[in-house]
Write a protein that binds this ligand. Structure first.
Ligand SMILES: Nc1ncnc2c1ncn2[C@@H]1O[C@H](COP(=O)(O)OP(=O)(O)OP(=O)(O)O)[C@@H](O)[C@H]1O
Ligand SMILES: [Mg+2]
Length: 440
């Protein structure tokens, strides 16, 4: 489980990173495999062939020296060797090599030792390390030690380096080309995500048109269609609600006038008046709700200022509101809508409790507004319900506490349109705690 997590964290999370990984992994694997095959077979074979060539030359020199050991022919042989074989030979007369087998420190040494042992059946030592560009071989002859010096190039196939460099170079070019292409493929997906985000947060949309691969294009045009459908749906709903509320107002006003004319002392008129007043209040709420959906563009504004204004307004209405704001909070806000949201929440607290405490501040990349009160709170199983339109916990018709049941619905709508969310919990003050979280 932990290993899986570790691997997940190690792997790139972005589409670009992942697709590059998909391209690069087989590329690197292919390279490693071909490098192994190359070193295992080709490089070994070529090196052995080169070593055998040198060993053959050495064997020829040894054989010529054996046939005619005189100093004159020796110098002739050495001359030919230096001119035609790139071998500088010297004979150290009377010297004796240590009686130990030649030591190999790398694969090249091993190959060289193998080739010389096959060609020259005499004790010998090799030294491939002392000199950078030369290899020396010492062979024990009867008259002394024959020292052979030859360029390392005779043994070393330089194509190895060239091959590896080509592989690395080509894969880097491929990687670069893949990055450029993949980035272009990922771009339209990023744009789609941004457009969806903008729509969800109710931001002004940038121009967005389907582009990129067929699938991405399809997803983009599906998104555009969906966006249009949702917009149409919202505006139909809003228009209907506004229309109904508006149309009902006229007969209601008429009723109110008729009731006024009927006089206040006739039985039941007082109750009827109360009902009409409540209906008017409700219609006001519906209209406000419908208008709240209107297109208000977000503007940079001070949340601190807005909170101060709302709190001051509540105090004027006789509420006990304590406000604590940490620093100046500025963000893209739909001023009117957000003011309505805050007013709704604080009015609720004032209506259903005595004291209200509002605190606001930045908490890890988001702005948090916490509204606490000391009222009766909302039972846990009702905390989702109360956000539903027209849902009220109490059925009182008391105009003092009687609301429409839209306050929290509107508040959540507004907060969500800003890309945030609203949650309810228990307040340490004994009542309800409302937590607003906004990515400002
Ligand atoms: N601070 C609170 N303490 C206790 N109950 C609350 C609080 N806020 C809301 N409620 C409960 O949640 C219900 C829904 O609240 P909401 O604000 O949506 O409607 P409302 O206040 O009844 O009407 P209005 O549309 O006029 O605001 C309320 O009827 C009330 O019962
Ligand atoms: Mg309310």
């Amino acid at each position: 489980m932990t290993e899986k997590h570790y691997l997940k964290r190690l792997l790139p999370s972005s589409l670009l990173g992942r697709s590059l990984l998909i391209i690069v992994t087989p590329l690197v694997l292919l390279q490693v495999i071909s490098a192994i095959i190359f070193f295992e077979s080709h490089w070994d074979k070529v090196s052995l062939r080169l070593a055998r060539g040198l060993a053959g030359d050495i064997a020829a020199i040894v054989e010529l020296l054996r046939r005619d050991p005189g100093p004159k022919s020796r110098s002739e042989v050495f001359k030919v060797a230096s001119v035609h074989m790139s071998i500088w030979a010297t004979l150290k007369e009377g010297e004796i090599l240590p009686n130990t087998p030649p030591v190999a420190t790398n694969r090249l040494d091993e190959i060289l030792i193998k080739a010389i042992s096959e060609a020259v059946h005499k004790p010998f030592q090799i030294d491939t390390r002392t000199r950078e560009r030369r290899v020396s071989v010492e062979i024990q002859l009867a008259e002394g030690v024959l020292r052979i010096l030859t360029p390392r190039k005779r043994l070393f196939s330089s194509t190895t380096y060239v091959f590896v460099m080509w592989m690395v170079g080509i894969s880097m070019i491929l990687f670069g080309v893949a990055t450029i292409f993949m980035r272009n493929q990922v771009k339209p997906i990023r744009r789609l995500a941004r457009a969806a985000d903008d729509f969800g947060m109710g931001r002004m949309e940038r121009k967005f048109k389907p582009e990129g691969a067929t699938e991405v294009r399809k997803a983009a045009s599906a998104f555009i269609d969906m966006r249009e459908r949702i917009r149409r749906h919202i505006s139909q709903r809003t228009e209907m609600l506004a229309g109904v509320s508006h149309d009902l107002r006229t007969p209601l006003t008429r009723m109110k006038l008729q009731l006024e004319m009927a006089g206040g002392d006739v039985g039941g008129v007082a109750e009827l008046k109360e009902d009409v007043a409540e209906m008017e209040h409700m219609l006001g709420g519906y209209l406000a709700f419908a208008r709240g959906e209107g297109e208000e563009a977000p503007k940079l504004a001070s949340l601190t200022g807005l909170l101060n204004e709302v709190a001051a307004q509540a105090k004027r209405k006789g509420g006990a509101v304590d406000l604590h704001v940490e620093g100046e909070i500025i963000g893209a806000l739909r001023g009117a809508a957000f003011r309505r949201c805050l007013t709704n929440l604080i009015e609720n607290a004032m209506r259903y409790a005595e004291h209200v405490t509002v605190r606001a501040g930045r908490r890890g990349g988001a702005v948090e507004i916490v509204i606490d009160d000391d009222g009766s709170g909302i039972p846990e199983d009702m905390r989702e319900e109360v956000f539903k339109p027209f849902f009220r916990l109490e059925s009182s018709r008391n105009p003092e506490t009687g609301g429409v049941g839209l306050g929290l619905t509107i508040a959540r709508d507004v907060v969500r349109a800003h890309g945030g969310d609203i949650k309810l919990s228990d307040s340490p003050n004994g009542g309800l705690r409302v937590i607003l979280r906004l990515p400002l």
